[in-house]
Design a protein around this ligand. Structure first.
Ligand code: IMP
Length: 429
């Protein structure tokens, strides 16, 4: 049976958690395929709000099996805290949470090295989340990383760790003048972690293949956004993994032919956290209003997010990379009360109008957005349950997005709660 991939179509924080949570009752498996505890997927139910960093957003639905795939980098401390909180909320994880034996581990030196590098970059800093993500993926690709499976054999773990730490300690001490770390203390901590995660660890790729062969439905949950993809994002101001649809195949071990639906989560405006080019950024009152009304502060770091208008040039670009089959437009309610809304439809680059998303961050930094303007609405839309409940101008805004993207809008979110959602005919939600 086919796989649905959920993609952040912008720079992350589009509301993927809410959409995955909404779709979960209609699937058997939800699988995270990349990133780590840099993600913050927010889910609200009744009067509770919970932010998931590593555990897939299907965990609050008893019949759903949640997979942390081989493409994810796991921070043991964050994972344990998250599992404890999920349990304390009354949800079971035993037999429902599966962790890939091939997933790489975030080690204490990854965070320390990242902090030192970011500090040394000074004004050129990427503005990372500080969760050790970049250095962990560096080790993965340098083939010096430590994987979940390495925890099984204490001698192998010690050998790998000693080799890695020798290099990391030299880097920390000699290049950055930072404090070094001790092998024994790390071994002790990770052996404790091993005891706790052992029941969850398995060959998740084989599990997914069996599930698909049995006709089960799988939702692949992306973290971050396509514009933060290490290959297709605004490099070097990106994360170190592949949030784009291709990442679902490599991060879970599923064939591309198993994917038949790619849902783009599109925030009704744009936000970005951290540094890097952002053509439609609003450095004014409207931007501040979006930040305040949309609670645009990082779910992981609490940092204020940069806010701006919707950027169709960027969205068409991510659509071309991911093959979006439908759009889920989130946070439409945040636009209520704005007299006029702007949608960026092209850029002016070196005096010429272009609809192409430049492939280098330097050019993107210099583009001038060209906008078309639509009238806003003042009516409260947080209670709307169908498109016909929306004011005409809100419907026109959605129709224009659909038209410009050439992809249908199948879901509209008008507030953080599960009930504050409009599903449009043709949607499986
Ligand atoms: P890293 O993923 O911590 O290495 O950070 C690299 C860039 O990606 C920084 O600009 C972060 O702010 C951004 N980033 C990482 N994770 C997220 C996320 O979940 N939402 C939004 N931005 C993110």
């Amino acid at each position: 049976m086919p796989v649905t991939v959920i993609i952040g179509s912008q720079w992350g924080d589009e509301g993927k958690g809410k959409v995955v949570d909404l779709l979960s009752p209609s699937v058997d498996v939800v699988a995270r395929y990349q990133g780590g505890a840099n993600a913050g997927h927010t889910i609200c139910w009744e009067d509770k709000t919970f932010v998931l960093h590593l555990v897939p957003s299907g965990i609050f639905h008893d019949g759903v099996t949640c997979v942390i795939g081989n493409g994810v980098v796991i921070d043991p401390v964050a994972l344990m805290e998250e599992i404890d909180t999920i349990k304390s909320l009354g949800f079971g994880v035993d037999g429902r949470l599966l962790i890939s034996h091939n997933a790489h581990l975030i080690m204490p030196y990854h965070k320390r090295v990242e902090a030192a590098i970011e500090e040394a970059r000074d004004a050129g800093a990427i503005g990372t989340t500080g969760r050790g993500i970049g250095p962990a993926y560096v080790d993965k690709f340098a083939r010096t990383g430590i994987r979940v499976v390495d925890l099984l054999d204490r001698d192998v773990l010690r050998k790998k760790l000693a080799r890695s730490l020798e290099e990391k300690n030299a880097l920390l001490r000699k290049v950055y003048g930072a404090e070094t770390l001790d092998v024994d203390a790390i071994i002790e901590e990770y052996v404790e972690f091993d005891k706790r995660i052992d029941p969850f660890v398995t060959d998740t790729t084989a599990f997914l293949h069996n599930a698909l062969a049995e006709g089960k439905t799988v939702l692949a949950e992306g973290a971050q956004g396509s514009l933060l993809d290490v290959d297709f994002g605004t490099y070097p101001f990106v994360t170190s993994s592949h949030p784009s649809a291709g990442g679902a195949c490599t991060g879970l071990g599923i064939p591309p032919t198993s994917v038949n639906r790619v849902i783009a989560i599109v925030k009704a405006y744009s936000t970005r956290v951290g540094n890097g080019p952002f053509p439609t950024e609003l450095d004014n009152e409207a931007g501040e209003k979006l930040r305040a009304v949309g609670h645009e502060f990082g779910a992981t770091t609490g940092r204020p997010r940069r806010c701006g208008w919707l950027d169709i040039v960027a969205l068409r670009y991510t659509s071309s990379i991911n093959g979006f089959t439908e759009l889920a437009v989130t946070k439409l309610d945040v636009l209520t009360g704005l007299e006029e809304l702007a949608i960026c439809t092209s850029y002016r680059v070196d005096g010429k109008v272009s609809e192409r998303f430049p492939s280098d961050a330097q050019t993107l930094q210099t583009v001038e957005p060209i906008y078309e303007y639509l009238p806003g609405w003042t009516e409260d839309i947080t209670g709307a349950r169908s498109l016909s409940d929306l004011p005409g101008n809100a419907r026109k805004y959605l129709e224009r997005i659909e038209e410009l993207m050439g992809v249908p809008v199948r879901l509209v979110s008008t507030g953080p709660k599960r009930s504050q959602t409009i599903t449009v005919a043709g949607s499986a939600a």
